[in-house]
Design a protein around this ligand. Sequence first.
Ligand code: C2E
Ligand code: MG
Ligand code: MG
Length: 765
Amino acid sequence: MAELWAQLRKFAKNQRVRIVLWAALTGVIVGVTTVSSPLEDVLSNLRWSLHEEKASGHLVIVEQDSQTLDALGTVDVNRSNDADVLASLFDAGASRVFFARAFVTTNDQAGDEKFIRELKSHPGRVYLGAKPGESAPNYTARIPPKRYYQYARVVSLLAHSNAFNLSVTLPLASDSPLGKIPSISAEIAGKDGPLDQFYTPDYSIGVKTFRTVSYIDVLRGKFDPAAVKGATVMIAPTALSYNNIHSVPGQGLAAAEVYFHAIGAETLAHGIPLQLGWLPPIVVVLIVIGTGLGRGRALDVYRFTGLVLVFVAVPFLLDMVRVSVEIIPSLVVALVAVIRMRNLDRVEVAGETNAGSGLPSVQALRNSEVLSPKILVALKIRNYGAIIGSFAEHVETELASEIVRRVRISDEPVTVYHEGGMFIWLSNIRSTFDLCENLEGLHRIVQNGIQVGGLDIDLSFNCGIDSEFDRPMASRIASAMQAAEEAVRNDELVYQHDSRRQEAQWEISLLTSLDRAIDNGEVWVAYQPKLDLKTNRICGAEALVRWTHPERGPISPEKFIRIAEEFHRIERITRFVINDAVRTAVELQRMGHNLTISVNISAQLLRNPGLPGMIADILAEHGLPPDRLILEITETDRLDRSSRTYQMLQRLVRSGLRLSIDDFGTGNATIDYLRYLPASEVKIDKSFVSSMEANKEDLLLVQSIIDMAHSLDRTVVAEGVETAKALEMLRGLRCDVIQGYFLSRPVPFRELVEQIAQPKVLKIG
Ligand code: C2E
Ligand code: MG
Ligand code: MG
């Protein structure tokens, strides 16, 4: 129940639903107050004018026309004339005669008696008009005198003219001092109806299609009796001087009152018109609008055109079967709903596109209340304002589309939303790790500047990501944006929302399992062989630690080494790796291979005075000469001769160990640095090696490192050699040793032994 209530409230809060409700209310008010009826009349007049029906011919109208009055030389006919006309009509075989006029004026007695005699001789076949006003007190004066009506029947001539005389409606019966009397049209058609029920005659029945005879001709017997034989006759004043001419709806002409009653009688002959009123059309309109609601924008132009057609066509068809509807209130409903919804659409569209770039706005994404299982990326262009400010207007659109194009290169066709300097999208890349790599790639591309409208624009960006899928979109967007700002502040490419908290959790869980992992064999050591380019032989191998986590799979050493360093657990790992490496070297020696084994020593450990002792202990335990072991250290720029690290390096070298400078070229190394470091080997960082094939500058750098190292008598190792071409280039540059995937990936000891026996490259070569 509470849920239902909540649903209802949500429904009522929906802007579109509210519009429909308001439109419906407006329509009902219009309907109830009948303010629209003049318009309604205009419309029905229009419909009536579109087709003409013919009168049945059962009715004959005897017109007291101007010809009659002229011939008689009076302003009106008298009772004696009426008596003669009655006699003449009944002689010709008329079935019933209706006086469609009131009998109020007094007449001479002789004529009066003659008329009464005539009434007496046709009992029940003569009908006298009573013309009651619309309010009761007027009846008395307007009904025929008793001496007439005791021999005849009385019918009401009441007609109701609508506002602006746009239409005339007729009753089925009227109240009178004689009680309920039928209206003339109802009586002619033989229909009985309740008091005060008005109907609208079918004005498509043409006035001109009724058969008429002039009163004077009937009076003088100068007419064709066949014309009235068996017919119902209406006698009525039609001369202009009677002043009862009204315009006929939909026919563009004026006619005497009798024609309204005649048309009414013809209408009723087919049945009492059914008046459905204004409610059913409103219901139909609401259904039409309502069916569109669920599908977003409820009422498009097509649907509206359809509605208008229905409003025009259906009433027209209904008219044919004498069913009338009032359509204005429903038109009002449709109009109100359409106009307000189109406004809403416009506002929404405006709110959902960024005016500057033409991209969907971030607001549009906020509005979508869906939960998404995708990582949300917020890319913040740092100098966006400056770029937009300093170039022509169209630059923003082009710049935006360039950014979108580049984002899509690596991240499938995602929708990119835009707001200020922020570009936001839901990435298709599932893992945070891959996504970060991707963003790094994007960063590299963009770093070199992008071309927009013939201009080179320097871009720099930072990203925030959010992967809390169960949170609402709007708050995830806020988080990602905030993370992007934080990334800017900390000068990092990517920042994850709440990443510190999450990282910390992950790190702690890694740390707590690290010791166990070492003990139970999840941590192991892989060896990547090094090839001597002069002898074409495997001359050594680098020991690289591996952690294969039972649930998470392989964990990158870069990641857990950094954590281990931060939490001072690196010693334990290094001891484990050196122990394995030394054992391996001894094993290989036993097999007849005299190889050096390299191990990586993190800078932090170099500050640990226990390091030389630890290494010495291990070497001694396995009986390996120290010059078989190479310690790889990564160049750091804080290394001066007085530092503790420098002194440590000296100690290690003095103990007979060899040193190698790892990742050379990535820091601030100078020739000076290389000169005073007691290292026997230099390893050129893999980033230069892998790009030297394509990039001339990197090639020059590699070459100068090699030359510089040789001039100082150092051995040069190129790491990250992935292709035969790179290998040949390095050979050409007189590099001493190479290491890389082209030769072998880091492999377990057993495979290393196979490699040494028959290196893959040599097999190929
Ligand atoms: P590093 O000492 O520079 O090791 C070389 C890295 O390059 C290794 O990554 C290796 O797998 C990778 N590599 C080798 N050949 C290629 C190649 O052709 N192409 C490419 N793209 N990469 C190649 P790995 O094993 O992920 O190690 C990453 C880093 O982690 C190492 O860089 C090293 O700094 C550190 N590390 C690894 N093991 C240990 C360890 O036992 N102790 C310490 N302190 N650090 C370690
Ligand atoms: Mg290394
Ligand atoms: Mg390296």
